[in-house]
Design a binder for this molecule. Structure first.
Ligand code: ASP
Ligand code: MG
Length: 405
C-alpha cells in the first residue's frame, strides 16, 4: 500500500495550555500509522505573540523590524518544543524544527514576508524513519539569514506551504471552531456546517467576516491547489473541506450568507459628471486608509451632475466627512450620511449557472419589508446594504429561501 503524508496545523488556542498540548499530541498520534506520515505545524500558545508585541511597544513604537521578527517567532519555538517533548515522553520519535533549520525561505518585508520555498529533505528523511517533525509556523528566514514572520495568523499559510512542498495528500487545520458555517450560528440558529466549499466562496466568506481562515491563506491554498480541512481540536466532529475540486459537490446554488456590522454610507449629491471626479473623491480616502466597499454612481439625467454613494466602516465616518468637505478638487451640492447599516451577501458559485438568484434575493427581502439601500454583485456574490436592525430577519429569510435551513 502506498503511504500518504498529511500536514496537521494547530492554532494558538489548540495549544493554549499544557493540557491542550497533551490533547494535541493524542490527535497527532491518531493520524499516524504505518502508512501515514505526519508533519505538524504549530502556532504559538494563545496570547503569547500578543504579549511579545506588547513588550516591543513598551520599548519603542519603532522597534527594529528584524528584532521584532526574531522576538515574535519565539512563541512558536516554545509550542513546538513542548509538543515534540510531550510526544517523546510518550515514547514516540519527534523533534522540533525552526525555520532556519530546514530552512523555510521567505521573500518580502519583515512582519509581512511570504514563504517562497521550504527545503523538506530533512523532515522527509525523518518521517521515513517514523519520526514526527513539529515545525514552527509563522516564521522563515530571508536572503540575509535573518528571521522573518509572515503576518499575524500566518501559521495557516505555513501549513499550506509545507503541504505544497511536501507534496502532501492532506492538510488539516485544527482550530477552535469546527468548520465553516452557512452563516454565523450566533446570528441564526439554523446555520449549518458546510461540508465542502470552493476556495473562491471561502475567500468571499472569510473576507466578509467568517473568521475561520485568513483570506491570504485561502488564496495560497487556491494558488497551490492544496485541499484544506478545517476542524476543531476541541470536539470530535467532521470539519469543512475547502477545495477547488468539483468532485461530489451538492447542487446547492448558494453556499453561505455573510453579514457585516457597523457599516456607514455617504452620498455626495450633485457632483460634476466628468472624467476624474470619482478619482478625485476617492484619492484622499485611500491616502488616509479609509476602506471603501460598495460604490454606486447614478446615471446623470441632465449629463451635468450625478450622485455618488459609497459605504465605509462607521468608525471612518467622521474622518471621511472631513476629507470630503476639505477636498478642494470636487464640488457638490450636499452630503448625506447614514450609519448603523449592514451588508448582507449571498455567496455561491452555483449562481454563475443559475438564473433568477438576484430576483429571489430581492423578493424574499421585500416580503419581509426590508429596505435595500445599495446593491453590488460579483460573479459569485450578491450583496445588499440594509439597516442593522433588519440583519437577523434578512439572514433568516435568505437562509430559508436558498434551502440552507
Ligand atoms: N502566533 C502567530 C500569531 O498570533 C501566528 C499564528 O497564530 O498563526 O499571529
Ligand atoms: Mg493564531
Amino acid at each position: 500500500m502506498r503511504s500518504k503524508t498529511i500536514v496537521l496545523k494547530f492554532g494558538g488556542t489548540s495549544v493554549g495550555s499544557i493540557e491542550r498540548i497533551k490533547i494535541v499530541s493524542k490527535i497527532i498520534l491518531s493520524h499516524k500509522s504505518k502508512n501515514t506520515k505526519v508533519a505538524v505545524i504549530s502556532s504559538a500558545m494563545s496570547g503569547v505573540t500578543n504579549e511579545l508585541i506588547k513588550k516591543t511597544k513598551s520599548i519603542s513604537n519603532n522597534f527594529d523590524s528584524a528584532e521584532y521578527d526574531a522576538l515574535l517567532s519565539t512563541g512558536e519555538q516554545a509550542a513546538c518544543a513542548l509538543i515534540a517533548g510531550n510526544l517523546k515522553s510518550l515514547g514516540h520519535n519527534s523533534r522540533s524544527w525552526l525555520s532556519w533549520q530546514l530552512p523555510i525561505l521567505t521573500e518580502g518585508n519583515h512582519s509581512n514576508a511570504r514563504i517562497s520555498n521550504i527545503k523538506t529533505k530533512d523532515i522527509k528523511n525523518y518521517m521515513n524513519e517514523g519520526g514526527i517533525p513539529i515545525v514552527a509556523g509563522f516564521q522563515g528566514i530571508n536572503s540575509n539569514f535573518r528571521i522573518t514572520t509572515i503576518g499575524r495568523s500566518g501559521s495557516d499559510a505555513s501549513a499550506i506551504m509545507l503541504a505544497k512542498f511536501l507534496n502532501a495528500d492532506e492538510c488539516i487545520i485544527y482550530t477552535d471552531v469546527d468548520g465553516v458555517y452557512t452563516t454565523d450560528p450566533r446570528m441564526h440558529k439554523k446555520a449549518k456546517k458546510i461540508k465542502k466549499i470552493f476556495y473562491d466562496e471561502m475567500l468571499e466568506m472569510s473576507s466578509l467576516g467568517s473568521k475561520v481562515m485568513q483570506p491570504t491563506s485561502v488564496q495560497d491554498a487556491k494558488l497551490n491547489k492544496i485541499d484544506i480541512t478545517v476542524k476543531s481540536s476541541f470536539v470530535k466532529k467532521n470539519g469543512t473541506l475547502i477545495t477547488g475540486s468539483k468532485k461530489s459537490f451538492s447542487d446547492q446554488i448558494i453556499t453561505g450568507i455573510s453579514s457585516t456590522k457597523d457599516d456607514a454610507k455617504i452620498t455626495i449629491v450633485g457632483v460634476k459628471d466628468k472624467p476624474g471626479v470619482a478619482a478625485a473623491i476617492f484619492k484622499p480616502l485611500s491616502d488616509n486608509s479609509v476602506n471603501v466597499d460598495m460604490v454606486v454612481q447614478n446615471i446623470s439625467l441632465n449629463k451635468k451632475e450625478t450622485d455618488i454613494t459609497f459605504t465605509i466602516k462607521a468608525d471612518d465616518l467622521k474622518k471621511s466627512e472631513k476629507l470630503i468637505k476639505n477636498n478642494k478638487k470636487i464640488q457638490f451640492k450636499k452630503l448625506a450620511f447614514d450609519k448603523n447599516l449592514s451588508k448582507i451577501s449571498i455567496i455561491g458559485v452555483g449562481m454563475i449557472t443559475t438564473p433568477g438568484i438576484t430576483y429571489r434575493m430581492f423578493k424574499s427581502l421585500a416580503q419581509k419589508k426590508i429596505n435595500i439601500m445599495v446593491i453590488s454583485t460579483s460573479e459569485i456574490k450578491i450583496s445588499v446594504l440594509i439597516s442593522n436592525k433588519d440583519v437577523k430577519k434578512a439572514v433568516a429569510c435568505l437562509h430559508k429561501e436558498f434551502n440552507l435551513d
